[in-house]
Write a protein of this length. Structure first.
Length: 198
């Protein structure tokens, strides 16, 4: 169904910004000035059931300013079923400063029950390639940051009818503070039926 912008709150926005030679075509998500403002890019419906083909998702993310106690936000990127809060079902990356000591997490959620593994400590103003692969049977989700494996999770992967997910290129949701916070997205890839290709 294609990817759509999804925003809420004063001055929240999804806009294109200047990239560079390595990262052209950059989109910026801004929370705006509301303490609960949000911005995201996702497809319009949850129609992807895991466990029938190998699914690979990857996105390039750039965080100009890290989340903190003054202006806190949660960033998610991957496969999930919501644009307004925590996914009930999904396989995705998540970051917020007051969870896992500010490390990006690899997360699976099935019917609201979660498995989370702490990964890399993020640094502001750095590009990260976040990639996840769900196996053909849906029994294993493997997560990579900049090509390095951070987790291999075999629990709480949603594979049953009624727990389908959508593609969430990125979603940033504010929970504290009145200063707009942003995340930038470069390339997003989603592919299915890849056989043995990582």
């Amino acid at each position: 169904g294609g990817l759509l912008a999804d925003v809420s709150g004063a001055d929240a926005a999804v806009t294109s910004v200047a990239g560079d030679r390595a990262h052209p075509g950059v989109i910026e998500l801004a929370t705006g000035t509301d303490a609960t403002g949000r911005a995201g890019v996702r497809n319009a419906f949850n129609g992807l059931r895991l466990g029938g083909d190998q699914i690979r998702f990857s996105s390039w993310l750039y965080i100009p300013t890290l989340s903190d106690g003054t202006d806190r936000y949660t960033l998610r990127s991957g496969l999930g079923d919501s644009s307004t809060g925590e996914f009930t079902n999904g396989v995705f990356f998540r970051y917020v400063d007051n969870v896992a000591s500010g490390k990006i997490q690899a997360v699976t959620r099935n019917g609201g029950t979660e498995t989370a593994v702490d990964g890399t400590t993020l640094v502001a103003a750095t590009w990260y390639r976040c990639e996840l692969v769900v196996s053909v049977t849906g029994a294993l989700a493997t997560f990579y940051v900049n090509g390095v494996t951070i987790a291999a999770i075999s629990t709480n992967i949603p594979t049953i009818v009624g727990r389908e997910v959508g593609v969430v290129a990125a979603n940033i949701i504010k929970s504290v503070g009145a200063t707009s916070r942003t995340v930038r997205i470069d390339r997003v890839d989603v592919a299915a039926n890849l056989g043995s290709v990582r």
